[in-house]
Design a protein around this ligand. Structure first.
Ligand SMILES: Cc1cc2nc3c(=O)[nH]c(=O)nc-3n(C[C@H](O)[C@H](O)[C@H](O)COP(=O)(O)OP(=O)(O)OC[C@H]3O[C@@H](n4cnc5c(N)ncnc54)[C@H](O)[C@@H]3O)c2cc1C
Length: 398
């Protein structure tokens, strides 16, 4: 292999480039980015960076000199426009030939198409550019409306409260995160935000923003109107799968992360990969890193299948949430600890086996939980529930 092109320079793309060099790859290495900035990390955009605790330098995935040292040819502000067998065309007309390519184009924002949606003061959060604008708005605005109680919306709400702003969260379902979490866990998160002074409105369907050029209020389908001087919309993301003719479902890969197109792999948010009999697309940092690294190793000849369990974290106020595996809120749920204390684990059991675990305030349990999920362990629910039974021992089969 003498030439590799990586399309998309975020967590998955940068991890793949580094792993190729770490694995001994010595040929041409192109890392192609639609964005102008040096590749950066997204999770801090709704946390430390938004709060002013981290600078733009702090969140870089690698320094400029690292790319030179690793002989990574970085193409910034050069979106790939056409991907064909053995070559990719960039905006600007450059054609890069490759023997292997990695599609790591991630995802883009889903927009909320309602009247007034283009007023100034309405923000989305995906890129550093978005985060710069939102950070400035958080400094000036007094009343922030967050539309969408997903992980990113809730992190923004926490940052807004920590900055002393009046904060409203408008969530379409019965509770924030209810699409992915069981009711006990979703209620606990709602309570955490309310305790910090967030005004949470559920079953809220936003139908319009109103203002005089700048947003002044948000209107719901039931006629309620809430004043605000900035709004942040967090209603999900869509995969950037167009280069391979995708239909918005992500790019299907096999257990070696190969797409149907010869020589082309996919990793990160854009990839839909096999996991326990399903084909899943999961938009989380650790999966992007792990699949990026894996794809690099697969290009170098590693034939082990990709079978890591998904993992995500979210920081809200002083609580860290972690999620291992891939559960469904309709699975059987067993809870250890008291959700009201923000110190608990919700196990998702499918046919008796642990499919996933969601935790609040329990970083020390990460290792055994990851093991239990990896093993799809079958354990008496009473043992899972009881704080007297050590998870470490359960995970070792003791
Ligand atoms: C604000 C925020 C906070 C988050 N917090 C967390 C968290 O706490 N925990 C967690 O697990 N996950 C978190 N995530 C999710 C995590 O950041 C993503 O899962 C991860 O960034 C996905 O990485 P990726 O490399 O697959 O793609 P992306 O990060 O989406 O990057 C893809 C890159 O490819 C570029 N691109 C797209 N099309 C082209 C093209 N045609 N040519 C060239 N380049 C192209 C894009 O411009 C982009 O730069 C957060 C995401 C956001 C936005």
């Amino acid at each position: 292999m003498r030439s590799v092109a990586i399309i998309g320079a975020s967590v998955a793309g940068v991890a793949a480039a580094k792993a190729l060099r770490a694995g001994g790859y010595d040929g041409d290495l192109h890392l192609i980015s639609a964005e102008q900035e040096l590749p950066y990390d997204r999770p801090p955009l709704s946390k430390g960076y938004l709060l002013g605790q981290q600078s733009e330098d702090d969140i870089l995935l690698a320094r400029r000199e690292d790319y030179a040292e690793l002989r990574i040819h970085l193409h910034l502000g050069a979106p790939a426009q056409v991907l064909e067998r053995g070559a990719v065309w960039l905006a600007g007309g450059e054609r890069i030939r490759f023997e292997r390519a990695l599609l790591a184009t991630g995802s883009r924002l889903r927009r909320l198409d309602v009247p007034g949606g283009d007023l100034s003061g309405i923000h989305y959060l995906r890129t550093l550019q978005d985060a710069r604008a939102l950070r400035a708005a958080l400094g000036e605005a007094e009343r922030i409306a967050v539309v969408g109680g997903g992980f990113i919306g809730l992190e923004v709400a926490a940052a807004a409260r920590q900055s002393g702003k009046e904060t409203l969260v408008l969530e379409a379902m019965q509770a924030p995160l209810r699409r992915v979490l069981p009711p006990q866990a979703a209620r606990a998160i709602a309570a955490l935000h309310e305790r910090h002074g967030v005004h949470l409105v559920v079953q809220a369907q936003v139908v319009a923003f109103e203002g005089d050029g700048h947003v002044r209020s948000v209107l719901l389908a039931n006629g309620s109107r809430f004043p605000c001087d900035a709004a942040v919309i967090g209603v999900g993301a869509l995969p950037n799968d167009g280069l391979l003719g995708g239909n918005g479902q992500g790019v299907l890969v096999d257990k070696h992360l190969r797409t149907a197109a010869e020589g082309i792999y996919a990793a990160g948010d854009v990839a839909r990969f096999p996991y326990r009999g399903m084909a899943v697309r999961i938009e989380h940092w650790d999966i992007a890193r792990a699949t990026g690294e894996y794809a690099a190793r697969a290009m170098l000849g590693d034939t082990a299948p990709y079978d890591a369990s998904p993992f995500l974290w979210s920081d809200q106020y002083d609580v860290t949430f972690q999620y291992f595996g891939h559960g469904d809120p309709s699975d059987d749920i067993v809870v250890r600890g008291d959700p009201a204390t923000q110190n608990f684990i919700a196990f998702f059991l499918r046919e008796g086996a642990i499919a996933a675990a969601f935790t609040a305030g329990r970083p020390r349990d990460a290792l055994p939980l990851r093991r239990l999920v990896d093993q799809a362990a079958v354990i008496d629910p009473r043992a899972l529930q009881s704080e007297d039974v050590s998870l470490r021992r359960l995970s070792r089969g003791e």
